[in-house]
Design a binder for this molecule. Structure first.
Ligand SMILES: NC(=O)c1ccc[n+]([C@@H]2O[C@H](COP(=O)([O-])OP(=O)(O)OC[C@H]3O[C@@H](n4cnc5c(N)ncnc54)[C@H](OP(=O)(O)O)[C@@H]3O)[C@@H](O)[C@H]2O)c1
Length: 214
Protein backbone atom coordinates (compact mmCIF):
# COMPACT_ATOMS: atom_id res chain seq x y z
CA UNK A 1 0.00 0.00 0.00
CA UNK A 2 1.11 3.60 -0.56
CA UNK A 3 1.30 5.32 2.82
CA UNK A 4 1.85 9.03 3.51
CA UNK A 5 3.73 9.70 6.73
CA UNK A 6 3.33 13.31 7.84
CA UNK A 7 6.27 14.24 10.05
CA UNK A 8 10.05 14.06 9.81
CA UNK A 9 10.88 13.46 13.49
CA UNK A 10 11.95 10.18 15.09
CA UNK A 11 8.38 8.86 14.99
CA UNK A 12 7.84 9.54 11.28
CA UNK A 13 11.25 8.10 10.47
CA UNK A 14 10.85 4.95 12.57
CA UNK A 15 7.30 4.21 11.42
CA UNK A 16 8.36 4.94 7.83
CA UNK A 17 11.20 2.41 8.01
CA UNK A 18 8.96 -0.22 9.57
CA UNK A 19 6.23 0.22 6.94
CA UNK A 20 8.81 -0.23 4.19
CA UNK A 21 10.15 -3.31 5.95
CA UNK A 22 6.58 -4.65 5.83
CA UNK A 23 6.41 -4.11 2.06
CA UNK A 24 4.65 -0.74 1.83
CA UNK A 25 5.72 2.35 -0.13
CA UNK A 26 6.12 5.48 1.97
CA UNK A 27 6.23 9.18 1.19
CA UNK A 28 7.29 11.29 4.16
CA UNK A 29 5.94 14.83 4.35
CA UNK A 30 7.15 18.07 5.87
CA UNK A 31 6.39 21.80 5.72
CA UNK A 32 9.30 22.42 3.39
CA UNK A 33 10.68 20.57 0.37
CA UNK A 34 14.26 21.05 1.57
CA UNK A 35 13.76 19.56 5.04
CA UNK A 36 17.08 17.88 5.78
CA UNK A 37 15.71 15.12 8.04
CA UNK A 38 13.17 14.10 5.41
CA UNK A 39 15.63 14.12 2.53
CA UNK A 40 18.22 12.11 4.50
CA UNK A 41 15.56 9.63 5.62
CA UNK A 42 14.26 9.05 2.09
CA UNK A 43 17.78 8.53 0.74
CA UNK A 44 18.63 6.02 3.47
CA UNK A 45 15.29 4.17 3.27
CA UNK A 46 15.70 3.07 -0.36
CA UNK A 47 13.55 2.78 -3.44
CA UNK A 48 10.24 2.36 -1.57
CA UNK A 49 10.76 5.71 0.15
CA UNK A 50 10.22 9.25 -1.05
CA UNK A 51 9.93 12.69 0.44
CA UNK A 52 7.81 15.75 -0.30
CA UNK A 53 5.81 18.52 1.33
CA UNK A 54 2.78 17.57 3.42
CA UNK A 55 0.37 18.04 0.51
CA UNK A 56 2.35 15.68 -1.70
CA UNK A 57 2.59 13.02 0.99
CA UNK A 58 -1.16 13.30 1.65
CA UNK A 59 -1.88 12.88 -2.05
CA UNK A 60 0.48 9.89 -2.32
CA UNK A 61 -0.95 7.96 0.61
CA UNK A 62 -3.92 5.62 0.38
CA UNK A 63 -3.52 5.69 4.16
CA UNK A 64 -1.88 8.42 6.24
CA UNK A 65 0.02 8.64 9.52
CA UNK A 66 0.03 11.86 11.54
CA UNK A 67 3.49 11.92 13.13
CA UNK A 68 3.72 15.67 13.58
CA UNK A 69 4.18 17.60 16.78
CA UNK A 70 0.80 17.81 18.53
CA UNK A 71 0.94 21.60 18.49
CA UNK A 72 1.55 21.55 14.71
CA UNK A 73 -0.81 18.75 13.60
CA UNK A 74 -3.79 20.90 12.62
CA UNK A 75 -1.60 23.28 10.69
CA UNK A 76 0.23 20.37 9.01
CA UNK A 77 -3.06 18.99 7.71
CA UNK A 78 -4.01 22.42 6.35
CA UNK A 79 -1.22 21.96 3.79
CA UNK A 80 -3.20 19.11 2.21
CA UNK A 81 -6.08 19.54 -0.23
CA UNK A 82 -9.41 18.22 0.99
CA UNK A 83 -9.52 15.85 -2.00
CA UNK A 84 -6.26 14.29 -0.81
CA UNK A 85 -7.65 13.66 2.68
CA UNK A 86 -11.31 12.81 2.15
CA UNK A 87 -12.27 9.20 2.79
CA UNK A 88 -8.72 8.21 3.72
CA UNK A 89 -7.73 6.61 7.00
CA UNK A 90 -5.41 8.76 9.12
CA UNK A 91 -3.65 7.04 12.00
CA UNK A 92 -3.07 9.77 14.55
CA UNK A 93 -0.11 8.97 16.80
CA UNK A 94 0.44 12.57 17.89
CA UNK A 95 0.17 13.82 21.45
CA UNK A 96 -0.89 17.40 22.21
CA UNK A 97 2.14 18.09 24.37
CA UNK A 98 3.43 21.62 24.82
CA UNK A 99 7.06 21.93 25.92
CA UNK A 100 7.15 25.72 25.63
CA UNK A 101 7.18 26.12 29.43
CA UNK A 102 9.76 23.35 29.89
CA UNK A 103 9.23 19.87 31.27
CA UNK A 104 7.05 18.17 32.19
CA UNK A 105 5.10 19.12 29.10
CA UNK A 106 1.47 20.13 29.51
CA UNK A 107 -1.46 18.96 27.38
CA UNK A 108 -2.81 21.70 25.13
CA UNK A 109 -6.24 20.07 25.08
CA UNK A 110 -7.85 17.66 27.55
CA UNK A 111 -10.94 16.61 29.54
CA UNK A 112 -13.67 17.74 27.16
CA UNK A 113 -11.76 17.55 23.89
CA UNK A 114 -8.65 15.99 22.33
CA UNK A 115 -6.30 16.42 19.40
CA UNK A 116 -7.85 13.37 17.72
CA UNK A 117 -11.29 15.01 17.90
CA UNK A 118 -9.95 18.37 16.72
CA UNK A 119 -8.46 16.71 13.63
CA UNK A 120 -11.71 14.82 13.00
CA UNK A 121 -13.78 18.04 13.34
CA UNK A 122 -11.51 19.99 10.99
CA UNK A 123 -11.60 17.20 8.40
CA UNK A 124 -14.99 15.49 8.73
CA UNK A 125 -14.46 13.18 5.75
CA UNK A 126 -11.06 11.98 6.97
CA UNK A 127 -11.33 8.73 8.93
CA UNK A 128 -9.24 9.49 12.00
CA UNK A 129 -8.10 6.54 14.08
CA UNK A 130 -6.10 7.38 17.19
CA UNK A 131 -3.52 4.68 17.85
CA UNK A 132 0.00 4.00 19.12
CA UNK A 133 0.30 7.28 21.06
CA UNK A 134 0.60 5.62 24.49
CA UNK A 135 4.04 4.06 24.04
CA UNK A 136 7.53 4.90 22.88
CA UNK A 137 8.17 4.72 19.16
CA UNK A 138 10.53 1.74 19.47
CA UNK A 139 7.70 -0.21 21.08
CA UNK A 140 5.14 1.02 18.50
CA UNK A 141 6.91 -0.66 15.63
CA UNK A 142 8.27 -3.71 17.48
CA UNK A 143 5.91 -4.60 20.33
CA UNK A 144 7.96 -7.73 21.02
CA UNK A 145 10.59 -5.43 22.56
CA UNK A 146 8.41 -5.43 25.69
CA UNK A 147 8.27 -8.88 27.27
CA UNK A 148 4.91 -10.58 27.76
CA UNK A 149 1.41 -9.49 26.79
CA UNK A 150 0.63 -5.77 26.57
CA UNK A 151 -1.88 -3.56 24.81
CA UNK A 152 -2.33 -0.94 22.14
CA UNK A 153 -5.48 1.19 22.23
CA UNK A 154 -7.36 2.46 19.19
CA UNK A 155 -10.44 4.64 18.78
CA UNK A 156 -12.29 6.30 15.94
CA UNK A 157 -15.73 6.80 14.46
CA UNK A 158 -15.43 4.51 11.42
CA UNK A 159 -15.53 0.75 11.96
CA UNK A 160 -14.04 -0.13 8.57
CA UNK A 161 -11.17 2.30 9.18
CA UNK A 162 -10.50 0.70 12.55
CA UNK A 163 -10.49 -2.75 10.91
CA UNK A 164 -7.92 -1.49 8.40
CA UNK A 165 -5.76 -0.09 11.20
CA UNK A 166 -6.12 -3.29 13.20
CA UNK A 167 -4.81 -5.25 10.20
CA UNK A 168 -1.78 -2.95 9.91
CA UNK A 169 -1.08 -3.11 13.65
CA UNK A 170 -1.24 -6.90 13.44
CA UNK A 171 1.33 -6.78 10.62
CA UNK A 172 3.54 -4.73 12.95
CA UNK A 173 3.29 -7.50 15.55
CA UNK A 174 0.50 -6.29 17.84
CA UNK A 175 -1.52 -9.12 19.37
CA UNK A 176 -3.75 -7.25 21.82
CA UNK A 177 -5.56 -4.30 20.26
CA UNK A 178 -8.23 -2.69 22.42
CA UNK A 179 -10.86 -0.71 20.50
CA UNK A 180 -12.09 1.90 23.00
CA UNK A 181 -14.92 3.16 20.77
CA UNK A 182 -15.47 6.46 19.00
CA UNK A 183 -12.97 9.30 18.62
CA UNK A 184 -13.98 10.94 21.92
CA UNK A 185 -11.94 8.18 23.54
CA UNK A 186 -8.85 9.96 22.24
CA UNK A 187 -9.24 12.14 25.38
CA UNK A 188 -8.26 9.28 27.66
CA UNK A 189 -5.57 8.02 25.30
CA UNK A 190 -3.94 11.45 25.22
CA UNK A 191 -4.44 12.11 28.94
CA UNK A 192 -2.51 8.88 29.61
CA UNK A 193 0.65 10.76 28.61
CA UNK A 194 1.37 12.39 31.99
CA UNK A 195 1.16 8.88 33.50
CA UNK A 196 3.45 7.51 30.79
CA UNK A 197 5.98 10.28 31.54
CA UNK A 198 5.90 9.53 35.29
CA UNK A 199 6.42 5.83 34.59
CA UNK A 200 9.31 6.57 32.26
CA UNK A 201 11.03 8.54 35.03
CA UNK A 202 10.33 5.88 37.63
CA UNK A 203 11.38 2.92 35.47
CA UNK A 204 14.34 4.66 33.83
CA UNK A 205 13.51 3.26 30.40
CA UNK A 206 11.27 3.93 27.40
CA UNK A 207 10.76 0.25 26.73
CA UNK A 208 7.58 -0.54 28.65
CA UNK A 209 3.87 -0.45 27.96
CA UNK A 210 0.42 -0.62 29.50
CA UNK A 211 -1.17 -4.03 30.09
CA UNK A 212 -4.83 -4.16 31.08
CA UNK A 213 -5.87 -6.93 33.46
CA UNK A 214 -9.44 -7.82 34.38
N1 LIG B 1 8.77 10.02 20.50
C1 LIG B 1 7.94 9.04 20.81
O1 LIG B 1 8.36 7.93 21.18
C2 LIG B 1 6.45 9.28 20.69
C3 LIG B 1 5.58 8.30 21.19
C4 LIG B 1 4.20 8.49 21.03
C5 LIG B 1 3.71 9.60 20.36
N2 LIG B 1 4.60 10.54 19.92
C6 LIG B 1 4.08 11.72 19.20
O2 LIG B 1 4.47 11.60 17.83
C7 LIG B 1 4.57 12.90 17.25
C8 LIG B 1 5.91 13.05 16.54
O3 LIG B 1 6.95 13.05 17.49
P1 LIG B 1 8.47 13.28 17.02
O4 LIG B 1 9.27 13.32 18.26
O5 LIG B 1 8.81 12.33 15.93
O6 LIG B 1 8.47 14.68 16.28
P2 LIG B 1 8.14 16.18 16.76
O7 LIG B 1 9.41 16.87 16.98
O8 LIG B 1 7.14 16.16 17.86
O9 LIG B 1 7.43 16.72 15.44
C9 LIG B 1 8.17 16.91 14.28
C10 LIG B 1 7.24 17.16 13.12
O10 LIG B 1 6.24 18.13 13.46
C11 LIG B 1 6.19 19.08 12.42
N3 LIG B 1 5.75 20.38 12.93
C12 LIG B 1 6.17 21.04 14.04
N4 LIG B 1 5.53 22.21 14.16
C13 LIG B 1 4.71 22.31 13.08
C14 LIG B 1 3.79 23.30 12.64
N5 LIG B 1 3.58 24.42 13.32
N6 LIG B 1 3.11 23.06 11.50
C15 LIG B 1 3.28 21.93 10.80
N7 LIG B 1 4.15 20.95 11.17
C16 LIG B 1 4.85 21.13 12.30
C17 LIG B 1 7.62 19.17 11.90
O11 LIG B 1 7.54 19.70 10.60
P3 LIG B 1 8.83 19.89 9.65
O12 LIG B 1 9.11 18.52 9.12
O13 LIG B 1 8.35 20.83 8.63
O14 LIG B 1 9.92 20.42 10.53
C18 LIG B 1 8.04 17.72 11.95
O15 LIG B 1 7.66 17.05 10.77
C19 LIG B 1 4.37 13.89 18.40
O16 LIG B 1 3.06 14.37 18.39
C20 LIG B 1 4.64 13.07 19.64
O17 LIG B 1 3.95 13.55 20.78
C21 LIG B 1 5.94 10.40 20.09
Amino acid sequence: MNIGVLGTGIVGQTIGHRLIELGHKVMMGSRTADNRAGLVWAKAAGSSASFGVYGEAAKFGEMLFNCTSGTGSLSALEFAKAADLNNKVLIDVANPLDYSRGTPATLTVSNTDSLGEQIQRHHPLLKVVKALNTMNVDVMVHPERVRGAHDVFICGNDGVAKATVTKLLTEMGWESIIDLGDITNARGMEMALPLWISLQKKLGTNIFNFKIAK
